[in-house]
Design a protein around this ligand. Sequence first.
Ligand code: GAR
Length: 265
Amino acid sequence: MKSFIRIGALISGSGTNLEAILKACETGDISGQVVFTGSDNPEAAGLKRAERRNIPTFVTNYRRIIKDYRNNPDPQKLPRDFSLDEIRSKQSFFAKATDPAKVETFLRTRAIAEVDLLKQIQSFSFDLLVLAGFMRNLSPYFIDRINTDPARPRIMNIHPALLPLFAGTDGYGDTFRYGCKVGGCTVHFIDYGEDSGPIIGQRCFAIQETDTIEDVKNKGLAEEWKLYPECIQMFADNRLRVVKMTHTLPSRKIYQRRVVKIIQE
Ligand code: GAR
């Protein structure tokens, strides 16, 4: 069933993906409209792209929130419905061996920031939340309050690498330094790990011997601007299903993963 969707966007930087999404909404390549743009960074240049189109914007200042908590780790700042044990057991950003104090501080500061983010977001009605260069990990505290129907996730991210390779903050840099001959980008639904959710779409490009890291980034971004609108439109067309797949490996071990199945038009 095709529908017109309301899209919320979160950005941290220049917002060229946001621009591609806004243009696709204007040309009808996406049957939808961006209803708000938020950022963790008050300096994000991309906020201007939304303001120019009279789209409401807001900032949740993560840096200040994290600094305030580190200076004064007052448990009163935490939301009342925050359970550290619950969020810690769900998240998979950190390996089991990671210093527990580090994990706790991370999850507490994120929940404090996410309460503010949720408060701002929930004043809008939206169908899909797109992370367009949003450089903060969203914790299970936030995700569970947006994905209220487990069968229909509605937070998408774009990542500058062919996942599951090179998760993290510098996908094109990692691709270039590794000496890859092909780079790419991935759109996926968010889950409780870092860039680990079900993959919706990917695009790739050749890396030539003479390419610099800047060339790789430019080639990658040009693919992102096509890929993200395509994936958003598949969501609007209700063509994305997340299903749990089970495989038996040659070793007889069972491998299970939630993957996106794309319904043909
Ligand atoms: C894009 O390359 C996007 O894939 C990446 O940030 C850039 C944002 O550019 N996202 C991540 O690395 C997320 N972990 P933009 O602000 O010009 O859209």
